[in-house]
Write a protein that binds this ligand. Structure first.
Ligand SMILES: Cc1cc2nc3c(=O)[nH]c(=O)nc-3n(C[C@H](O)[C@H](O)[C@H](O)COP(=O)(O)OP(=O)(O)OC[C@H]3O[C@@H](n4cnc5c(N)ncnc54)[C@H](O)[C@@H]3O)c2cc1C
Length: 384
């Protein structure tokens, strides 16, 4: 087995790990990224063309400062990689006026001074003719929100990191991590690496690699589907025609989608639901009728111009849930320099750039760019 010595190892070069690799390399450290697959792959949680980004966060206002840092860093990564990584299509969130989503967006926007626009059903359908609004629901538009091109982001962060001197070892499985003297020993199936600091970002493999946290992570299988439009060109579901990314809070679940760009079609998925995954390497990638049924029903009610018969594509992906659906980000209480981000609970990609920066800072005992207290691994809500 080869023996390597480095400053920092990043175990898992997916959404967050690629950003951590970039932010560490940018500080001039010797950093090695390890992943079972080639970054930008479709076997974890960071694939499927797009991820919605939004800052007026209904889940909790504590996320808003982190989203602001993420926004800035995605822009920095676009500059460093000379690539377009996102599009500000706007994000329209629809739900009951006394539900969770719309009041949550408005509260976060008010607290943090973000620009949003409240719209009633008539205003929504006039402005966005593809979107139907069930009786009694209202909406709120965040014009600065939009979509990130997820695989492109991961590849860009990895390649900018490598351009700054990071080493990527793909096709490696991290077998074990143990503390040793002033640092860590990481064993893969091909080498033994000694490092001073260790960043663990294993996504759906958190139950294995971060078992020492004792957090009951639950991995869920999620399906994404893409539909073609029946409407005459230009389709009201095209980003070029002004269609925003959208999210609906409905009595039977939360559904969302991204507007069509090029031939890809409109991406639609259910945020709620999902079936448990026991082994992420054996994820069932077949689209079964029971997977599509709730999405079809949503499309018929809320995107009537889309013909479900024109299913173009599907992909399987995974959410790694925590009991309270908030992230776990922090440092090991007893092992200095071992830091991690996990349990992003199906809403983490938009923050990946900022989480990468936060982990780089934590690993090096620097203050993170925003408070991370809400994501502490020892919070009571994780022991439920
Ligand atoms: C269908 C779907 C839709 C989503 N939509 C949104 C959205 O619109 N907006 C949003 O913000 N978020 C969204 N999310 C959530 C977001 O995509 C995830 O939270 C985020 O991508 C997770 O990043 P990660 O780095 O934790 O995991 P990953 O990107 O999966 O990275 C983990 C990496 O670790 C590697 N790894 C793990 N264990 C080992 C090991 N032992 N050895 C070597 N390598 C290992 C894996 O191969 C993988 O590359 C969505 C997720 C899904 C599944």
């Amino acid at each position: 087995m080869e023996h390597i010595t480095t400053d920092v190892v990043v175990a898992g070069v997916g959404g967050v790990g690629s950003a951590a690799l970039w932010r560490l390399a940018r500080r001039g450290l010797a950093v090695v990224g390890l992943d079972r697959f080639v970054p930008g792959h479709a076997y974890g949680s960071s694939h499927g063309q797009t991820r919605v980004f939004r800052r007026a966060y209904f889940e909790h206002p504590d996320y808003v400062p982190l989203a602001g840092v993420a926004d800035t860093l995605w822009g920095e990564l676009e500059g460093a990689s000379a690539q377009t990584l996102r599009r500000r299509t706007g994000v329209l969130q629809i739900g009951p006026p006394d539900g969770i989503v719309v009041p949550g967006v408005l509260a976060s926007a008010r607290l943090h001074g973000l620009t949003v626009e409240a719209l009633d059903g008539t205003a929504i359908t006039r402005r966005f003719p593809g979107l139907a609004v069930p009786e009694g629901l209202v909406g709120v538009l965040e014009p600065e929100g939009g979509v990130l091109y997820v695989e492109r982001c991961v590849r860009a962060a990895t390649s900018v990191a490598c351009g700054l001197g990071a080493t990527l070892l793909a096709g490696r499985t991290v077998r074990s991590i143990r503390s040793s003297g002033a640092g860590y020993v990481v064993e893969t199936d091909r080498e033994v690496i000694t490092c001073r600091r260790l960043v663990a970002t294993p996504g759906a493999w958190a139950p294995d690699l971060l078992d020492f946290l004792g957090i009951p992570f639950r991995v869920l299988r999620k399906m994404l589907v893409w539909y073609g439009s029946d409407a005459a060109a230009p389709s009201p579901f095209d980003a070029d025609a002004g269609c925003p990314a959208f999210l609906y809070e409905l009595p039977d679940g939360v559904f969302y989608g991204c507007p069509a760009e090029g031939e890809a079609g409109v991406k639609v998925a259910e945020h709620t639901g999902g079936t448990p995954v026991t082994d992420p390497l054996e994820l069932d990638r077949t689209l079964h009728p029971a997977d599509e049924e709730p999405v079809r029903s949503f499309v018929q009610r809320c995107l009537p111009g889309l013909a479900p018969a024109t299913l173009r594509h599907h992909e399987a992906c995974m959410y790694t849930m925590t009991p309270d659906q908030h992230f776990v980000v922090g440092a090991h209480p007893d092992w200095p320099g071992l830091v991690f981000a996990a349990g992003l609970s199906g809403h983490g990609f938009k923050f990946a750039s900022a989480l990468g920066e936060s982990l780089a800072a934590l690993a090096l005992d620097e203050p993170p760019p925003t408070p991370l207290d809400a994501f502490r691994p020892d919070r009571a809500a994780l022991r439920a």
